[in-house]
Write a protein that binds this ligand. Structure first.
Ligand SMILES: CC(C)(COP(=O)(O)OP(=O)(O)OC[C@H]1O[C@@H](n2cnc3c(N)ncnc32)[C@H](O)[C@@H]1OP(=O)(O)O)[C@@H](O)C(=O)NCCC(=O)NCCS
Length: 179
């Protein structure tokens, strides 16, 4: 599952998905375009609604943007989406600052977890960071998101610290990978 991106950070639609192989559903990871905004907003809503009532409602609201809000998220962030048989089942954003890349808004549809989709999206972010000559890639995750922590460790990220009561009074763990 290789990421298919362009050579720049513009908005051109990436190359098309490969055909099915061996009758298995094909998963692709491709650059997101403005045409995909309604679908990614629906994905974020699906994912974060499952965290009610454990997560603070303001957090769920902040992480499930409207199409208009997501359009402004796209300013300065490159998003990739994973699709299975054409349906969006995961997404990740890459935000560049001063030579490093931050992973943002990584989610996988609850129905599609433990199939390597989150790893593929993270690898796409790593590839994109390398492509843009970043020296490091990092991500912060709520400390309660133990699945994400385990996945980042599996992918060679090192835990770099904890920010206490950082987001909506929740502890946040930092993970980094030098490139
Ligand atoms: C974190 C998340 C993106 C992982 O996506 P995924 O597609 O299920 O991850 P993968 O299938 O690539 O998992 C890779 C490895 O991570 C670890 N892992 C993933 N989910 C796990 C879980 N629930 N418990 C323990 N380990 C887990 C495992 O080592 C797994 O490998 P294995 O399945 O061979 O054992 C997904 O659970 C998710 O969307 N969670 C909610 C949102 C979130 O936490 N986002 C990250 C914010 S930074």
């Amino acid at each position: 599952m290789a990421a298919q991106g362009g050579s720049d950070r513009g908005d051109s639609r990436p190359s098309s998905a490969p055909a099915k192989s061996n009758g298995k559903p094909t998963v692709t990871v491709e650059r997101l375009t403005h045409l995909d905004v309604p679908e990614i907003c629906a994905l974020y809503k699906r994912v974060w609604e499952t965290f009610r009532p454990e997560l603070p409602p303001e957090m769920v609201k902040a992480w499930a943007p409207t199409p208009l809000e997501f359009t402004s998220w796209m300013e300065g962030v490159t998003y990739f989406a994973a699709r299975r048989d054409g349906r969006m089942i995961g997404a990740v954003g890459c935000e560049f600052n001063d030579g490093s890349c931050r992973i943002v808004h990584l989610v996988v549809d609850p129905d599609a977890r433990r199939l390597g989709i989150g790893s593929s999206l993270t690898s796409a972010a790593v590839d994109w960071a390398k492509h843009n000559n970043s020296s490091a890639i990092w991500v912060d995750a709520l400390a309660r998101f133990t699945a994400a922590a385990e996945m980042f460790r599996q992918l060679g990220f090192a835990e770099a610290g904890v920010l206490h009561k950082h987001r909506w009074k929740e502890d946040v763990r930092l993970f980094e990978k030098l490139l």
